[in-house]
Design a protein around this ligand. Structure first.
Ligand SMILES: Cc1ncc(COP(=O)(O)O)c(C=O)c1O
Length: 390
């Protein structure tokens, strides 16, 4: 073999039987081959296991899928290039022209955009309600056949709590599938409820480091098998290197989540006691209007603390600009603390009445609490609150 040929066919190094890598290697390859054409054909017919093309599956992304399915307490998982990719591909895979989707004013903006703008172009209608209005949900499900009920809990950014037992019961009775974006609560929560499909942005708590994007759809095997071909055809696949980074992030998921929740609870107390703050939105606080429901459904209340400043937008600007340890940017669940204001929340496309019922005010601030020392975070927030109050 000439050297020019050899560099394209380097020596294969395989671990001998009984010898294993402690951290699984990244299968940074697009293609896999079988030894013979007959075996290739058998694989393509579904007659033997294996891997062929990374857009369909890859051992590194598969390892992540299996781990996430187990963490969320379901049989199967598909991972995607981003959380929004997981939502878009799920909506496209599960709906057809003439279907109706139920969603909520408190739902994450880009999800509402996908339902309204993208599905709307293909003749799929939707109704948007308030997440706490179970009577309206019951009425709507009785009034028309509904394919999907899509919700979050806690909601972004106001941390309202969905009554998961009631929503899933109503949807199941009406023959609608429930899709729950469980990004805020994490993989270790809500698995015991009768939710058909869980969606997560892996960009957040799974990775933790804020240096990689990903998404996941987790459900019973039959549902995921029905979506797998569409997902592969849509092509928003997670890269194996990103899957490796997310697998690495997950090793510290539980300790990070719990430490971030503990700091969030301390900050929520500080905010609750400060005269510059009209209302704190943190489900772990006894003063949260749905604290009882949150305590029934959740073991950990998350690291997102939102609140309304009495001084409105001007106070919010002073608050955000005074903070030193909180990065003024999107996303959440990372090891650094983050802050956003309403003007950073994008085109929400809600009517004045819907905006009002969503709970967002001109003085609302959303904090994502990171892994910094809580004393430093408390001091930083206290200083910014004083500036907001001046
Ligand atoms: C609740 C929720 N779902 C989905 C997403 C989208 O995830 P990604 O940024 O990975 O596309 C986000 C992002 O902020 C989110 O907050």
């Amino acid at each position: 073999m000439k050297k020019r040929t050899r560099v394209n066919h380097p020596p294969a190094v395989e671990l001998p039987p009984g010898n294993h890598a402690v951290v699984a290697p990244i299968y940074q390859t697009v293609k896999f081959e079988f030894d013979t054409l007959a075996e290739t054909e058998a694989f393509l017919r579904g007659g033997r296991p294996g891997f062929y093309y990374t857009r369909a599956s890859n051992p590194t992304t598969r390892q992540l899928e299996q781990l996430l399915a187990e963490l969320q307490g379901r049989e199967e998982c598909l991972v995607t290039a981003s959380g929004v990719g997981a939502i878009a591909q799920t909506l496209l895979a599960l709906t057809r022209q003439g279907d109706h989707v139920l969603c909520f004013v408190e739902t994450y903006n880009p999800t509402r955009y996908l339902i309204r703008r993208l599905l709307g172009r293909f003749g799929i209608t939707h109704t948007m309600l308030g997440i706490e209005d179970l009577a309206a949900v019951e009425r709507e499900l009785a009034a028309r056949a509904t394919r999907l009920v899509l919700f979050e809990s806690p909601t972004n950014p106001i941390t309202r709590i969905a009554d998961i037992e009631a929503l899933t019961r109503l949807a199941r009775a009406a023959g609608a599938l429930t899709v729950m974006d469980n990004t805020f609560a994490g993989f270790h929560q809500h698995g015991e409820y009768d939710v058909d499909i869980f969606i997560h942005s892996l960009t957040k708590y799974a990775s933790g480091a804020g240096d990689v994007m990903g998404g996941a759809v987790i459900a019973r095997g039959e549902l995921i098998r029905g979506m797998r071909t569409d997902f592969s055809a849509l092509g928003g696949v997670l890269d194996p290197h990103a899957a490796f980074l997310i697998l690495r992030g997950l090793k510290t998921y539980f300790v990070r989540y719990q430490a971030q929740c503990a700091s969030a609870a301390q900050l929520a107390q500080l905010l609750d006691a400060h005269p510059a703050v009209a209302r704190v939105h943190y489900p772990g606080l006894a003063s949260h209007p749905q604290h009882q429901l949150a305590a029934r459904q959740m073991r950990d209340f998350g690291s997102i603390v939102s609140f309304d400043l009495t001084g409105g937008e001007a106070a919010g600007r002073r608050f955000a600009d005074t903070l030193q340890l909180f990065a003024l940017t999107a996303s959440l669940g990372s090891t650094e603390s983050l802050v956003i204001t309403p003007s950073m929340m994008g085109g929400r496309e809600l009517s004045a009445a819907q905006e009002h019922s969503s709970g967002l005010t001109a003085g609302t601030i959303r904090l994502s609490i990171g892994l910094e020392d809580p004393e430093d975070l408390l001091a930083d927030v206290a200083r910014a609150l004083d500036a907001a109050h001046s």
